[in-house]
Ligand binder design. Structure first.
Ligand code: AMP
Ligand code: MG
Length: 287
């Protein structure tokens, strides 16, 4: 699978409407897609083990999307084979009073993965240039009035870029996924959530309200993607109308990113190896 077709180039402007929501690639059907995902899940487990043993890099996966695009399912399926000890998942909602007493990156900074771990952000500081922008929520934030100006979104893009560059230069690799679902498919999924009682809990009135802002969100997403896809923290726009395809594409990207790190298990020097032999002998001769 050519993963570059989903990548937002660092120095070119994209139009979101040119990215497909519906896509199969060269994959025959859902069952082939699922098989390939299973293989990736196994590869990921092995790569995660190396990441953990090497204990120097961390991987941060950011998931953003419109409602019902499949973030939760993608996280569940792609990460299903991972060792829970090496994984840290955070879902971000509206900020609390305590969180609003700080700058907007604070709560995310605290949640960054430790070295050797894979961290997952289900929503992220990108909400601070998305929902906050669409609904003009800055007026409810404690930012000094004088600092809220027409450049605020560009300023935030720069702040985010600086932050992610800083992370990269400190061994924390960030990759960002925008699950690109169509308005039509969202409607189908909402209706399914209403029809299927076991899915009712997933539906909320807010979902309908947010849907009315679809175009504003697309515009804000496009602006965010164009300004924050960098070589050290790229954005991928994942076709999300087929859940199985989105999961497969995401898993391919995560596998490739980890493989590119060429992680090795730590090796012992001769002295340490010979000590291990001594320890083994001690254990074997125990009475
Ligand atoms: P969900 O992911 O469906 O549980 O919903 C979480 C909600 O929190 C979404 O409606 C987000 O838009 C909202 N949210 C996340 N981050 C922020 C933020 N910084 N400011 C305002 N709302 C946010
Ligand atoms: Mg929701």
């Amino acid at each position: 699978m050519n993963l570059n077709q989903f990548k937002v180039p660092a120095n070119k402007k994209i139009k979101l409407e040119n990215f497909p929501t519906e896509f199969n690639g060269a994959i025959k059907d859902k069952s082939e897609g699922k098989e390939l995902l299973e293989e990736n899940v196994k590869k990921l487990a092995e790569l995660q083990d190396r990441l953990y043993a090497y204990d120097k890099y961390a991987l941060l996966l950011i998931f953003q999307a419109m409602d019902a695009a499949g973030k939760d399912g993608a996280i569940k399926h792609v990460m299903s084979g991972l060792n829970p000890q090496g994984t840290q998942v955070y879902s971000f909602k509206q900020p609390s009073q305590e969180e609003m007493d700080h700058d907007y990156l604070w709560r995310f900074y605290k949640a960054l993965p430790e070295r050797g771990r894979i961290g997952i952000f289900n929503r992220s500081y990108y909400e601070d240039v998305l929902v906050v922008r669409v609904h003009n929520l800055l007026r409810f934030r404690k930012l000094p009035q004088k600092l809220v100006n027409n450049n605020i979104w560009d300023q935030r893009f720069k702040q985010i870029n600086n932050f992610e560059k800083y992370l990269f230069e400190n061994g924390i690799i960030t990759i960002k996924f925008f699950l690109n679902v169509s308005k039509e498919e969202q409607k189908k999924r909402f209706i399914k959530r209403i029809d299927d009682e076991s899915k009712n809990w997933k539906f909320s009135e807010a979902d309908i309200k947010e849907r009315n802002y679809w175009d504003d969100y697309q515009k804000s997403y496009e602006d965010a993607l164009n300004n924050t896809s960098t070589k050290y923290a790229p954005w991928y726009v994942i076709p999300a109308d087929k859940k199985w395809f989105a999961r497969l594409a995401i898993s391919n990207i995560v596998v490739k990113t980890l493989e590119d790190l060429k992680l090795k298990y730590p090796e012992l020097n001769e002295d340490q190896k010979s000590k291990l032999k001594d320890y083994k002998e001690l254990l074997m001769n125990e009475k």
